[in-house]
Ligand binder design. Structure first.
Ligand code: 13P
Length: 256
């Protein structure tokens, strides 16, 4: 089963519109070659920077994603953004259920599931994040936690929809800490995720789902991680904030 590698940069709460355009313009120069046809490259700026980055990325291979989406179509939800608003702004992908949203903003598997359905209905491509805390890993609970997140997050999703969803496995203890899961640990966990998807959606669908690794991924470790059988790319924080480090990471992930 061959799955197209997908590398996405999650800019988190970084970059003004001007800074975002500067980064995208630099990436366009570095990633212009048709040798990058075999990888999906996505950048996910904050909401206020999205419009400018969509414009800057036009006509290039760089795709644009948002970092969150509300589940309602419209209404009295001060401060929220709907899937339709994103779609009509030229946004293609959306990150849902990032651990920072789960930790600091009350995100649950149920809200992840609602956001996911809204994103799919609007034709957005979701990147759904799952991952365990350090104490859960140390307590031997990793697989149980991931299984719960998968069953809750993907409840009511069809196999056809699932095949086009990207899953990002981000062990919370590896995010922004410089501690990466070893390729062996990451592969073992990705294999568990795929096995759970197989139990819910069957082998054919599970074989199509792209599972990214996220957590202190950089040029130094990208090659070995993405070389693992069940690791299909990365969701990158810190190393995605500079054109040099992001492009170098993409090269390594592709084995260049
Ligand atoms: P870092 O790459 O900075 O560890 O962040 C990972 C992440 O949270 C991407 O969504």
């Amino acid at each position: 089963m061959s799955r197209k590698v997908i590398i996405a940069g999650n800019w988190k709460m970084n970059k003004t519109a001007a800074e975002g355009c500067e980064l995208v313009n630099a990436l366009k120069e570095k990633l212009g070659c048709s040798c990058y046809d075999n990888v999906d490259i996505v950048v996910c700026p904050p909401f206020t920077t999205l419009g400018a980055v969509v414009e800057a990325a036009k006509g290039s291979r760089i795709k644009v994603g948002a970092q969150n989406v509300h589940w309602a179509e419209s209404g009295a939800f001060t401060g929220e953004i709907s899937a339709e608003m994103l779609k009509t702004s030229g946004v293609e992908y959306v990150i849902i259920g990032h651990s920072e949203r789960r930790q600091y903003f009350g995100e649950t598997d149920a809200t992840v599931n609602s956001r996911l359905k809204a994103a799919l209905n609007a034709g957005l491509k979701p990147i759904v994040c799952i991952g365990e805390l350090l104490e859960e890993r140390e307590g031997g609970l990793t697989e149980k936690v991931l299984t719960t997140q998968i069953r809750g997050g993907f409840d009511g999703i069809t196999g056809e929809q699932m095949a086009n969803i990207v899953v990002a496995y981000e062990p919370v203890w590896a995010i922004g800490t410089g501690k990466t899961a070893t390729p062996d640990i990451a592969q073992e966990t990705h294999a568990h995720i795929r096995k759970e998807l197989e139990a819910m959606f069957g082998a054919e669908v599970a074989g199509k789902v792209r599972i990214q690794y996220g957590g202190s991924m950089k040029a130094d470790n990208a090659r070995e991680l993405v070389a693992q059988a069940d690791i299909d790319g990365g969701l990158i924080g810190g190393a995605a904030l500079k054109a040099d480090s992001f492009a170098a990471l993409i090269d390594e992930a592709m084995g260049k």
